[in-house]
Design a protein. Structure first.
Length: 189
C-alpha cells in the first residue's frame, strides 16, 4: 500500500508565494494576448470621407483641435482642451488628461476616446442637473460615443498606429471624433 505524504507549507510561506503565482499566470495570459493582438491599423482610410469632411468643416471643436493636436498635447489632452474651451471651463483642467496619452502610456485605450469621455463628464453639469440626471446623461453620451467610435476604428493604440509611425492617423480619427463629441454635448449647452 502506497502511503501519500502530505506536503506541508507554513501559512505565511504560502501567502508570500501567492502573488508570484498569480503574477506569473497573469503575465503568461498577457503575453499570449499580445501575441494575438494585431500591430497594424484595421485598414483605416488615410483620408476623411466626403461625409466626414462636411461634418468636420461645420464643427467648432474639430477646427479647434487642429490648434492643439500634436502641439504639446497628447491625444486625450487635445480632445479635452477643445472640450474645455467649448464648455468655457478653465483650460488648466487639461492636466487631468496628462496620464491618458498614448493609450495611458501603455498603447491601450486610445486617448481620443478617453479625452472625449472626460469631456462628457465635464459637460454633464451644464446646465445644472441633479446628480442622478447628470449620471444618466453621461452614461448615454458615453455609450453613444463608444458605439460610434467602435464603428469607426479599433479601441487600442496598438491597433490604430504602429510603434514608430507618425500621428497622422490619430489626427485623421480625432477630427471626426471632435465633431461627434460636439454633436453629443451641444444639447447640454
Amino acid at each position: 500500500m502506497n502511503k501519500t505524504i502530505p506536503f506541508l507549507m507554513p501559512r505565511r510561506n504560502f501567502l508570500m508565494s501567492t502573488p508570484a503565482l498569480v503574477l506569473g499566470s497573469s503575465l503568461n495570459g498577457y503575453a499570449q494576448t499580445q501575441a494575438m493582438t494585431p500591430q497594424t491599423s484595421s485598414n483605416l482610410p488615410e483620408e476623411l470621407s466626403p461625409q466626414e469632411q462636411a461634418k468636420v468643416k461645420k464643427s467648432v471643436l474639430a477646427k479647434d483641435l487642429k490648434n492643439y493636436f500634436g502641439k504639446g498635447y497628447n491625444c486625450a489632452g487635445s480632445m479635452l482642451i477643445v472640450g474645455l474651451r467649448y464648455l468655457k471651463k478653465p483650460e488648466e483642467l487639461v492636466w487631468i488628461a496628462g496620464g491618458f496619452g498614448r493609450g495611458m502610456y501603455h498603447r491601450d485605450v486610445c486617448g481620443i476616446v478617453t479625452g472625449g469621455i472626460m469631456t462628457f463628464g465635464l459637460a454633464a453639469g451644464q446646465p445644472k442637473k441633479e446628480r442622478k440626471e447628470a449620471q444618466e446623461w453621461v452614461k448615454q453620451k458615453v455609450q453613444l460615443y463608444w458605439a460610434w467610435w467602435m464603428s469607426q476604428a479599433p479601441l487600442h493604440c496598438t491597433e490604430i498606429r504602429r510603434e514608430g509611425t507618425n500621428f497622422g492617423i490619430c489626427l485623421r480619427l480625432g477630427l471626426p471624433a471632435a465633431a461627434k463629441m460636439e454633436e453629443l454635448i451641444s444639447p447640454a449647452q
